[in-house]
Design a protein around this ligand. Structure first.
Ligand code: SF4
Length: 64
């Protein structure tokens, strides 16, 4: 199980072991996904819709 963060009705999970470092999430939503910081996902800095949209575009399903 990876890192789990919750906001409203959304639960964001990142499983670092699945990440293939395509950079899609960081490029699409740099205020929320910051690969060089911890926590890696700043869920409070984004809308629910943007978090869902970005997670859906993760090619390895590391972010769901
Ligand atoms: S989009 Fe998914 S695979 Fe790509 S860097 Fe982000 S978490 Fe990793």
């Amino acid at each position: 199980m990876g890192k789990t963060l919750k906001k409203n009705k959304v639960t964001a999970v990142r499983q670092a072991c699945k990440c293939i470092h395509s950079g899609n999430c960081v490029l699409k939503h740099p205020t929320v996904f910051e690969s060089k910081e911890k926590p890696w996902i700043k869920i409070e800095d984004s809308s629910t819709e943007k978090i869902i949209d970005t997670a859906k575009k993760c090619p390895s399903r590391a972010s769901t």
